[in-house]
Design a protein around this ligand. Sequence first.
Ligand SMILES: NC(=O)C1=CN([C@@H]2O[C@H](COP(=O)(O)OP(=O)(O)OC[C@H]3O[C@@H](n4cnc5c(N)ncnc54)[C@H](O)[C@@H]3O)[C@@H](O)[C@H]2O)[C@H](O)CC1
Ligand SMILES: [K+]
Length: 478
Amino acid sequence: MITSERMAAVDRNAEALGVPRKQLMESSGNAVARAIHRLADPEASVAVVAGRGNNGGDALVAARFLAEYDVTVHLLGRPETIATDIARENWAALEAAEYDTETVTDSADLALGDPDVVVDAMLGTGVTGALREPEATAATAINRTDATVVAVDVPSGVDADTGDSTGVAVDADSVVTFHDDKPGLASVDADVTVAEIGIPEAAERFTGPGDLLALGRPEQSHKGDFGEVLVVGGGPYTGAPALTARAALRAGADLVRVACPESIAREVQSYSESLILRPYHGDRLAAANVDPVLDLAADHDTVVIGPGLGSHEETLAAVSDILEAYEGTAVVDADALQVVPAVETDATLICTPHQGELRKMGGETDEDWRTRTDLVVEFAAELGHVLLVKGAYDVIGDGGEHRVNRTGNPGMTVGGTGDVLAGAAGALACVLAPFEAAAVAAYANGRAGDAAVEDSGHGLVAPDLIDRLPAALWEGDE
Ligand SMILES: NC(=O)C1=CN([C@@H]2O[C@H](COP(=O)(O)OP(=O)(O)OC[C@H]3O[C@@H](n4cnc5c(N)ncnc54)[C@H](O)[C@@H]3O)[C@@H](O)[C@H]2O)[C@H](O)CC1
Ligand SMILES: [K+]
């Protein structure tokens, strides 16, 4: 099963892998035509009803694969209003080759006749709300025919994710859907065929530019759309919590506060004026700080706990107590990771170990790490949390799904890059589901590292990544 949002991401990733959408459209159209070959005898009459989006584009392609049939293509709307280049190109190809086409600008003008087959390609995953005109009237007209109705991707008017239809929807006999089944088709009373359209498996398995689509564009978001992050870190180390907090800010967080021992507050502040500190009593996290930190945490959308905390027994006990009582979303990094397996919590944790830390948590690693994503998925399931295991290939798992990130470079083994990643994950977890936040953080962090190396060669330091996070998250790669 794949949601429309994930499908759009995978589609974008496929393009980045060298398989552009026009190629996918060609495969989709071909699959629809093959379904018609199975359903109808040669010379049967086929009415293709195409909308102005890519769903319509699929059917315009299908028409070219139906030479044995008597095909008429009805385009709903003027050709100039076709929404995408690839659909428009396929319309132009039909026109140039003098196919039997007509454009319907007024729903009253749709003359379907009495076809043997109707191809419903008005709307697919791009639908929002109830069908408008001329689609609504066309759907009623399609439902009134005695034809066998073949829907492209989803019956028009049906939401691919929920199966809901707010108004009239096409009553299809059969649905040819692409790449993977859609959740909304479960409630549709039709034969559903899933057609492979040539999307490489890597487009789903590896993070790519499509994974960033969920973030939206910066100009669409406003201050307050992201969220507030609390970094709980520092003690024996002062640089780590500062890096984490600065990374969270650059990854979009509206506000980031650092809870750290008062003994190091001045030094943490010295890294950046923009840091807001909430110092607690003492020189390392300990039992007396648990309640104040929990009170602070309750006022934030996410918490990042671990960077620079050290592994003093008292500190680790305090981390356990905090995680046990906390109920929100937290990124757990560095020394704090080792307490996670024994912690019983209602919180949603994103754990970011490297392989050494993973072993310390009781997880299994393997020399042939790339092919052992199953180890991450299983251990994540055992923990009941999201795991982001850092390495040459980062593996992100949540017990069900997994994703692999291959951005980044050997220069990133330098200290502090993990602190940056944790901060980015904390910010992204304010706006994305935990698994997505981890995957996008890994992708963007690696991309920032790759950009840094490209700009200044090797000799990378962690702050180089922070400055490049906004571009890595919000700028296209073409
Ligand atoms: N990898 C893939 O996902 C592939 C998908 N293919 C096909 O593309 C469609 C989705 O295409 P898209 O252009 O995004 O959307 P639609 O064609 O479904 O519709 C967009 C079109 O419709 C207008 N619109 C939206 N809501 C309504 C409404 N309620 N009433 C009327 N009109 C509406 C909107 O303004 C747009 O103009 C997917 O389903 C597949 O069939 C590919 O070709 C292969 C790869
Ligand atoms: K459709």
